[in-house]
Design a protein around this ligand. Structure first.
Ligand SMILES: Nc1ncnc2c1ncn2[C@@H]1O[C@H](COP(=O)(O)OP(=O)(O)O)[C@@H](O)[C@H]1O
Ligand SMILES: [Mg+2]
Length: 334
């Protein structure tokens, strides 16, 4: 038999990562751009752009975020964008140097089962066999915490909270909250507009500020940013607003964790409470683990911690699964 390449793919609403058994790993924003007209096509010199390249040229392109919440998965333009994106992601790990490719794929929780057949259609011809798993499970597998844990994945579009106890979680073992990174950006944008009337801010600006200074708990910190208020430059401190926005997600996450604990076998509840793992880009909020632990402390002894390098964790976990699962766990899509 020829040489086989294993890949772990995290298709995220915001960014996607691929990790391969040949040691390659790439993260690209889940964005596709197509030139708006022949002039743009001529100027850009290509038919399709991905990630940062698409964003840099966004004024000359139609921009697609094919995995974002609310995007109709059967819309032709988005489906084509998703296919192009996945092909591009795969090409970054040189699959043509191998005889076959086996992949473990995580897609956002709002991508339902019928959409998964789109996923298969998207991968057909590029991957020989696939296995689809949830993000929390891939994360737990990658960090060897599948015995008993609660994984809280705070992404851009959703926060997924799952009970993990040694086997594949079922649908009942997971809940999905709409409060996640994008929701935080909206909350922060609202607060800024309320305090600084006429402030001109975009979602992208707010997200960048949040990523630089996000924190919860403790004293209010300073965070100086430059705003445009009705066209006029204004330098302001949004530290208190960042704290307020980040704090507002804590009760939502706390309640979600409590619900997942309460639904577990009572004999398991103490061990689950003692191993709450936060992952996803949202886990980079400073002070988060301690603040969440405090929020849920009324249910008993708890231990809450954040994974290291959360941006790669889903893909590296998926790769570990791909390498360790027997062939019969994969679905052939030749
Ligand atoms: N330092 C940070 N503080 C707070 N949020 C962050 C930070 N870094 C990234 N994020 C947020 O994490 C989210 C992306 O996380 P990710 O797990 O990659 O999402 P997805 O799986 O949905 O693509 C975005 O909302 C992003 O703004
Ligand atoms: Mg994710």
């Amino acid at each position: 038999m020829g040489e086989r390449l294993y890949v772990g793919i995290d298709l995220g609403t915001y960014q996607s990562t691929i990790a391969s058994s040949a040691g390659a790993s790439h993260t690209i924003e889940t964005v596709v751009g197509r030139p708006k007209d022949p002039i743009a096509r001529n100027f850009l010199g290509r038919d399709v752009l991905f990630g940062n390249d698409a964003l840099k040229n966004k004024l000359a392109c139609n921009i697609y975020r094919p995995m974002a919440a609310g995007v109709a998965q059967d819309d032709d333009a988005n489906l084509a964008a998703a296919k192009a994106f996945v092909s591009h992601l795969l090409e970054t790990v040189d699959p043509e140097e191998f005889d076959e490719v086996f992949g473990v794929i995580c897609s956002p929780s709002h991508v339902s089962f019928t959409d998964k057949s789109n996923l298969v259609a998207t991968l057909r011809g590029q991957v020989n066999a696939i296995m689809v798993v949830t993000e929390p499970f891939a994360t737990a597998f990658g960090i060897e915490e599948i015995a008993s844990s609660i994984v809280v994945d705070i992404g851009a579009g959703t926060t997924d909270i799952a009970r993990i106890y040694g086997t594949f979680p079922t649908e009942e073992d997971q809940i999905t909250l709409q409060e996640a990174g994008d929701w935080l950006d909206e909350a922060l944008m609202e607060l800024i507009r309320k305090k600084y009337t006429g402030a001109q801010v975009t979602k992208d600006m707010v997200r960048r500020w949040k990523e630089e200074v996000s924190y919860v708990g403790g004293d209010t910190r300073e965070a100086i940013v430059e705003l445009s208020v009705e066209g006029k430059k204004q330098v302001v401190d949004i530290g208190d607003l960042v704290q307020e926005a980040c704090e507002s997600i804590i009760p939502k996450i706390g309640n979600g964790i409590k619900q997942i604990v309460a639904g577990a076998d009572p004999e398991y509840q103490p061990v689950l409470r003692n191993n709450v793992i936060i992952s996803g880009g949202g886990s980079l909020i400073e002070g988060l683990a301690a603040r969440v632990a405090d929020e849920i402390s009324d249910i008993g002894d708890v231990n809450v911690w954040c994974v290291e390098e959360p941006i790669d964790k889903v893909a590296t976990g998926a790769l570990a699964l791909a390498q360790q699962m027997p062939d019969e766990m994969f679905t052939s899509i030749n």
